[in-house]
Structures are given as C-alpha cells and as structure tokens.
Design a protein around this ligand. Structure first.
Ligand SMILES: [Cu+2]
Length: 141
C-alpha cells in the first residue's frame, strides 16, 4: 500500500515539475528582455538616473598642507553624474566655497551636496585652509 502511494506521488511530482518547466519556458520567451544594443544609446534624462560623485576632506587636511580635497579635480557630465557630495572626514571644520556655491562651515562628519547644471570649470576652495583647492569640470552630456 505504502509502495503504491509512493509511486503515485512520484508520478505526480514529475508531472508538476514538467508543467513548471513548460510555464517557465513560455514565460521566458514571452518576456524576453530587450537586447542591450537597443538600450545603450538612451541618454538618462530623469534625476533618478543621475549619479552622485563623492569628494572627501581626509583626516588631517586641516593641519597638513600636502593634504587636499580627494579627489582634487573631478570631471562630471550633465545628466549623468553632475551631483557632487563633499564629506568632511577630518577632525577639523572645512568649507566648500566656489563662486556659485558655498557650503558654509562644515562640521566634522558633515556633508554638502551641489548639482552643477551648466558646463564650465568650477574651482573652489576651503575658506579656512588656503592650501585646500579643488575643481569640478562640468561637461554637457
Ligand atoms: Cu579646510
């Protein structure tokens, strides 16, 4: 009796697996992803696609003249990654001061974000430490 039941159970299991595989195969062909070649030329247009570039003030930058913003110079592209976030990892306060943007005093651990909408080379500095100077080169996408 128990042997017979096991036999029926195995047959039913095989049938279910076959059905699952068939459904999966149909689903795969019905919802085949768009080939990458058709997506690669699409330019991201919404802010949801814009990546943020990170720049740091490293530990010791406030007291060591060879230390600076990291990276010191960056290149960003409008519509792709033109949002920049500076984070103060130092034990001293700093600023990110440019002609069109200014973080004001940034305490330890603070961050400041700015989105660059137009092309140009935007230099900036820390108003507390004259050796700290960086730049953001903005290109149109
Ligand atoms: Cu500084």
């Amino acid at each position: 009796m128990s042997t017979q039941r096991r036999g029926i159970g195995t047959t039913a299991t095989v049938a279910i697996v076959v059905v699952i595989i068939a459904v999966a195969a149909v689903a795969y062909y019905a919802y085949k992803p768009v080939p990458p070649t058709q997506q690669s030329s699409t330019t991201p247009t919404t802010s949801a696609h814009i990546k943020t570039v990170n720049v740091n003030m490293p530990l010791g930058a406030g007291g060591t003249q060879r230390l600076n913003f990291v990276p010191e110079k960056i290149i960003v592209v409008v519509g792709v990654n033109n949002t920049v976030r500076w984070t103060n990892h130092d034990s001293a306060a700093h600023t990110v001061t440019g002609s069109t943007f200014d973080s004001g005093g940034m305490a330890v651990g603070a961050n400041f974000t700015h989105t660059f909408d137009g092309q140009g080379n935007y230099s900036y500095r820390c108003s507390y430490h004259p050796w700290m100077m960086g730049s953001v080169l903005v290109r149109n996408g």
